[in-house]
Design a protein around this ligand. Structure first.
Ligand code: NAD
Length: 488
């Protein structure tokens, strides 16, 4: 049951170093998905709020771009220290607003801290390149410069990791930033900004405008916003990419997923089952790298029996309790979409061998959905093609590895894929032929860390340069070439 506290605070925006009320008075409740308790209200800001933030960021850019790179990096070092000091509190905030298990939230905060570690290397990362004597008496030099104001738009499922994919590196490279966090998980974002200011970031360098599509459109259309970094669902990613790119902005838009795990007959079945369970049901399946389809090669009886048993044994509940693995989905409206997918799966002939609607009915307080497994799913079925983003797993049967790889090729998404095997030949074939950007070899969640690009393919990504790693540095900088002749 939802507990409504009429005196709840409305989150503030952070513009030009000040916490300010949004101009618009529209708000949305932010409940704890495990309890229904309303934690806070988030303002649904308007384009006018965006204009104020972009103006502040644009002004700050004039000084920040000329601040020596090591001086910028020192703020990141201090920030790293503050995030580490606050690691547990940040993880608790993630659990409260997103619902995921504390251990996962703690890990997410760690991933975010690593992004700051990477960004603190800006003096090295921003180095250019030179070549003397590229022609007779002629030298070539390349320098890197920031772009200006960057807009960041983030999803609900990683309130810490995804914003830290963006603003630490963008700012270390000399840009200024306007962040629009998910309106469903906006609380941690304010803590991130508060600590960044405490680390010594000058006013206007990092701003937050809370809200929904008006804020997004305000950023996409503003002429002083030079680049957009987006992470979210596929239709919105495509929309953001097209609208921003049409206005000449640099865009990276990370999108939805359908990640296949191939279980070969020689795999260690216990380990494969444990990996699939944690990948498919951790964070209630709400990870862009979650396993949502298992391709079983050969006779899968042993695997399916063990998988179902483990799914039956999963402890479901509030993520703040240590033993819980299966936590709630983000909202009831999301559960309604999941129910439609269950109906569709049944209508299209898949075999429902574990039905999570049971736990949904039993657990009234939060937005829980039990572990669900469909067997004998084919690539043509809706549940195999679309991202469900919930604890719903599809099992597909393949006669051999070629067949399994074909299923991956047929998917419109290409974020991640995994193989479970001890066979080196199968590993190599999988590495060469799997049509996805992030592969796991006996790894359940092959998400890359801050030092490498997060590298989705096909409809899982729109743009060219991915987030993180050297791609991230290239995305947040533009290059200037100098050609010099010295024979005068
Ligand atoms: P979402 O697309 O609903 O929202 C993402 C952001 O876009 C939010 O800030 C939201 O306010 C904004 N938005 C939503 N609808 C909009 C519209 N019509 N116009 C303009 N802006 C709009 O995504 P979500 O549900 O918050 O996040 C889950 C999705 O994100 C999943 O599809 C998941 O796969 C994806 N995701 C992808 C990655 C990746 O690396 N590829 C990482 C995390 C999440």
């Amino acid at each position: 049951m939802t507990v409504i506290n009429k005196n709840l605070a409305v989150l503030k925006n952070f513009i030009n170093g000040e916490w300010v009320d949004a101009i618009s008075s529209e708000t949305l409740d932010v409940p704890n998905p495990a309890t229904g308790e309303i934690l806070v209200k988030v303002p649904i800001s308007s384009k006018k709020d965006v204009d104020l933030a972009v103006h502040a960021a644009h002004e700050a850019f004039q000084t920040w771009k000329n601040t020596p790179v090591p001086k910028r990096a020192r703020i990141l070092y201090k920030y790293h220290y503050l995030l580490t000091e606050n690691h547990e509190e940040l993880a608790r905030l993630v659990v409260e607003e997103n619902g995921k298990a504390y251990k996962e939230a703690y890990g997410e905060v760690q991933r975010g801290i690593e992004c700051v570690e990477f960004a603190a290397g800006a003096p090295t990362l921003m180095m250019g390149e030179t070549l003397s004597n590229i022609a007779e008496d002629i030298d070539s030099e390349m320098f890197r410069y920031p772009l200006g104001v960057v807009g960041g738009i983030t999803p609900f499922n990683f309130p810490m990791m995804v914003p830290t994919w963006m603003f630490p590196l963008a700012i270390a490279c000399g840009n200024t930033f306007v962040l629009k966090p998910s309106e469903r998980t906006p609380i941690l974002a304010n803590k991130l900004v508060e600590l960044f200011a405490e680390a010594g970031a000058p006013k206007g360098v990092l701003n937050i405008v809370h809200g929904a599509h008006d804020v997004v459109n305000g950023l996409l259309d503003h002429e002083d916003v030079k680049a957009i970094s987006f992470v979210g669902s596929q239709p919105v990613a495509k929309y953001v990419y097209e609208r921003a790119a049409a206005q000449g902005k640099r865009v990276q838009a990370l999108s939805g997923a359908k990640n296949h795990h191939i279980v070969m007959p020689d795999a260690d079945m216990n380990k494969a089952v444990a990996n699939v369970i944690s990948s498919a049901y951790g964070s209630a399946g709400q990870r862009c790298m979650a396993c949502s389809a298992v391709v079983i090669v050969g006779d899968g009886d042993e695997f399916v029996t063990a998988l179902k048993q483990k799914a039956d044994d999963l402890i479901i509940g509030n993520g703040i309790d240590d033993e819980v693995l299966l936590t709630p989905v983000i909202r009831d409206s999301h559960r309604m979409k999941v129910l439609d997918y269950i109906k569709k799966g049944l209508e299209e002939g898949a075999s429902l061998i574990r039905d999570g609607r049971k736990e949904m009915d039993e657990m009234q307080d939060g937005t829980f959905f039990g572990a669900t497994i469909f067997d004998y799913v084919t690539p043509e079925m809706t549940i195999a093609k679309e991202e469900i983003f919930a604890p719903v797993l599809s099992l597909l049967r393949a006669k051999d590895l070629d067949d399994g790889l074909e299923f991956i090729r047929k998917s419109r998404f290409g974020n991640g894929a995994t193989i479970y095997t001890k066979d080196a030949k199968a590993v190599r074939q999988f590495r060469e032929e799997a049509d996805a950007g992030m592969l796991g070899i006996n790894v359940g969640v092959p998400a890359t860390m801050a030092f490498f690009p997060f590298s989705g393919w096909k409809d899982s990504f729109y743009g060219d340069l991915h987030v993180n790693g050297k791609d991230g540095v290239n995305f947040f900088t533009r290059k200037k070439m100098i050609t010099s002749r010295f024979d005068y």
